[in-house]
Design a protein around this ligand. Structure first.
Ligand code: PRX
Length: 669
């Protein structure tokens, strides 16, 4: 246990007191916080209403229903006009190439967002419409999402590492009428021709009878040709490599961002929305294979991300905050865009990767901008650990005060390295457990207040009431291990799965009526600390990204050579977990390195590079129950060469197990 710091905003006793009040009197606790925001009209009725019990009717949560507001107004206009933060830097943008930089103040950001809102309005976008965004980490991504929010349109951001097929699936699921994308970008040395992927995706949408009527394209790599900068601020023009990117142009559909912006006015009245109107859709893997469109609403999400940001990172106005997550994930939505901006914070927005041009890139950026609070993923920490201490220690990092992690359990070895080497043993670490569905942090230490245990996400945030249940749904007290659930709503909880409320109820509320079920296993120790033990459903966590076994399996069986596939998670030193696939081939096909390559390519094209398997094993037969269910539990053991299989009496044909053991993949392919 590492002791807390003395200078914290709250100490442990105050945390306990505030937490107790927040759970016992959520309306009063969040009501006080709501007063810090702008509401066009006040909440006319109950501040909170909900039902978490499927046996009593429809599942719903409503915070401040009937109050009207606009989140974009709260995070920009109010900061500029009321709080006089117009000249404060909102983002330092650091490009993939060192030296490619720019910055944008709150006032400049507001102007760009108003301009782009006017652009969208002119394209017919209205409150409630869905807009797909497929962009790298550039300032226009933030501008685009906030412009949607200003108009009450829902942004559906698709991570730029996803494939054309994944983008198409997401556009169709929420019938997005407009796509915003970028010509191309570099990730390290790799050139990504994003427009080509976007075109491919829109072609697929057309084939499926859904023509997206407009595609707005940011000229990013080609920016130098325009003789313009990322923002109207005074930074020097950026240097960029001059790639040979060929862009197809679809007349009547494609429009250049910069041309539209030149004609757009810089004032735009926000659309006043109900606190319970949807703010965005963000897709996350679902155990059936089809991604779920997680819907967050305006009011509750705003309160929750603002408050978690303030306490969990112990925010002070002079901070320079840096969350390395891509905005395409929930971490980026909540802690690159909305949380920091709601607090009037200055953040770093980084386009590149930690190892380009060298392994010290993150720390050179920390020094360059004097970053005080730094938030990243265990997979990044483990990857950097491999290069030893030198790339870190040759940079000062003296500005750092708090370090955070998110996305998966952090192993104590990585935690200790992060603390000892990166944080020079001065900085508290906040290991934040949460989910796309929760909107913001759920279990987390508060820096300086919570004594830390490496590997534990420690205690619940304000308003969060966790419980651990056994298989029969009984709440376990004291030291215990079981299903992690939450007993009552917090403002940031998702409200529905887009277009499929039944799926929302079934996934999160059916197994244990009365509780929100996370899908994670958890242990509580004798001091009340929570330790996440990992997913207990058919989900995999690769480098902090959730994938479902079903979605990878369906990508595999779409290949003509594959009759059946089963995918399991396998321990990996950097990714945490990697994919180990078993494939049964159709008659007439033979297993070969060429086929393995084709299957990998297939998965990259269907899902994206993050889902590329490390192992693919030929499996003439799979262990199944007599009713035909694949026994992934057994396959997981086979992959690890663990012969302690437990009960295998239900396996229909036990001989397949020995065959699979003797043909295991010994190295990654
Ligand atoms: O299994 C948990 C793991 O990531 C899952 C949520 O993934 P996603 O919705 O993609 O959001 C990731 C970023 C918030 C969880 O169900 N997870 C996330 N953070 C932690 C974690 N597991 C252990 N410790 C964490 N700090």
């Amino acid at each position: 246990v590492l002791p807390p710091r003395s200078s914290a905003r709250v100490d442990l006793q105050r945390y306990r007191e505030l937490h107790r009040r927040s759970v016992e009197e959520p309306r009063e606790f969040w009501g006080n916080i709501a007063k810090e925001f702008y509401w066009k009209t006040a909440c006319p009725g109950p501040f909170l209403q909900y039902n978490f019990d499927v046996t009593k009717g429809k599942i719903f949560t409503e915070w401040m229903k009937g109050a009207t507001t606009n989140i974009c107004y709260n995070v920009l206009d109010r900061n500029v006009h009321e709080k006089k933060l117009g000249d404060k830097v909102a983002f330092y943008w650091e490009g993939n190439e060192p030296g490619e930089t720019t910055k944008i103040t709150y006032r400049e950001l507001l102007v760009q967002v108003c301009q782009f809102s006017n652009v969208l309005r002119k394209q017919g976008i209205q409150k409630g419409d869905r807009v797909a965004i497929y962009m790298p980490m550039i300032l226009e991504l933030v501008v685009a999402m906030l412009a949607c929010a200003r108009l009450g349109a829902l942004h559906s951001i698709v991570f730029a590492g996803f494939s054309a097929e994944s983008l198409c699936e997401r556009i169709l699921d929420s019938s997005c009428c407009l796509l915003i994308t970028t010509d191309a970008f570099y990730r390290g040395e790799k050139l990504v021709n994003l427009k080509e992927l976007a075109d491919e995706s829109l072609e697929k949408c057309r084939e499926k009878g859904f023509p997206v009527r407009c595609c707005i394209v940011v000229k990013h790599l080609g920016r130098a040709e325009l003789g313009m900068n990322d923002s109207p601020s005074q930074s020097p023009p950026v240097k960029r490599p001059c790639p040979d990117v060929q862009i197809c142009w679809n007349e009547g559909v494609d429009l250049w961002w910069h041309e539209l912006m030149q004609q757009a006015g810089d004032e735009c009245e926000p659309e006043w929305c109900d606190a319970e109107d949807p703010l965005f859709i963000l897709y996350t893997s679902g155990s059936t294979g089809k991604p779920k469109g997680v819907v967050h609403t305006i009011g509750g999400y705003m309160l929750y991300v603002a408050t978690t940001f303030k306490y969990v990172f112990d925010f002070h106005p002079e901070d320079v905050f840096w969350c390395t997550a891509d905005i395409g994930w929930i971490t980026g939505h909540s802690y690159v865009t909305y949380g920091p901006l709601a607090n009037g914070a200055t953040s770093v927005l980084f386009e590149g990767i930690p190892t380009y041009p060298d392994e010290g890139r993150l720390w050179s950026i920390v020094d360059k901008y004097k970053v005080t609070k730094f938030y990243t993923a265990p997979t990044a920490i483990r990857m950097l650990m491999k290069f030893g201490d030198d790339p870190v220690t040759k940079h000062s990092r003296a500005s750092l005060q708090v370090l955070g992690t998110v996305g998966e359990p952090i192993n104590p070895e990585a935690w200790l390295w992060y603390h000892r080497v990166v944080g020079s043993q001065r900085c508290p670490i906040v290991d934040t457990f949460w989910q796309t569905e929760t909107g913001g942090h759920m279990l987390t230490p508060l820096p300086g207040a919570t004594p830390m245990k490496p590997g534990s996400a420690s205690f619940p945030f304000f308003g969060v009431a966790p419980a651990i249940l056994n298989e029969s749904g009984e709440e376990l007290e004291g030291e215990a291990e079981g299903y992690l659930v939450f007993k009552q709503p917090w403002p940031g909880i998702m409200r529905t799965v887009y277009g499929n409320h039944t799926r929302f109820e079934t996934t999160y509320f059916k197994k244990f009526p009365g509780y929100y079920v996370t899908g994670d296993g958890c242990r509580r120790d004798q001091d009340g600390y929570y330790w996440i033990t990992g997913r207990i459903d058919d989900m995999l966590n690769v480098s902090g990204h959730l994938l479902s076994t079903a979605e990878v399996e369906s990508a595999l069986v779409e290949h003509e050579a594959v009759a059946e596939a089963a995918v399991v998670g396998h321990p990996h030193p950097v990714k945490g977990e990697c994919l180990y696939c078993f494939v049964t081939l159709c008659d007439g096909h033979t297993f070969s390195p060429t086929l393995t390559e084709e299957l990998k390519k297939q998965i990259r094209e269907k899902i994206g590079p993050i889902a590329t398997p490390d192992y693919i094993q030929n499996a003439p037969g799979l262990p199944k129950t007599r009713s035909g269910k694949i026994m992934r539990r057994v396959l997981r053991k086979i992959a690890q060469n663990d012969h302690d299989l437990g009960d295998t009496s239900t396996v229909a044909d036990p001989s397949v197990i020995n065959h699979l053991f003797s043909h295991r993949c010994l190295t990654t392919q």
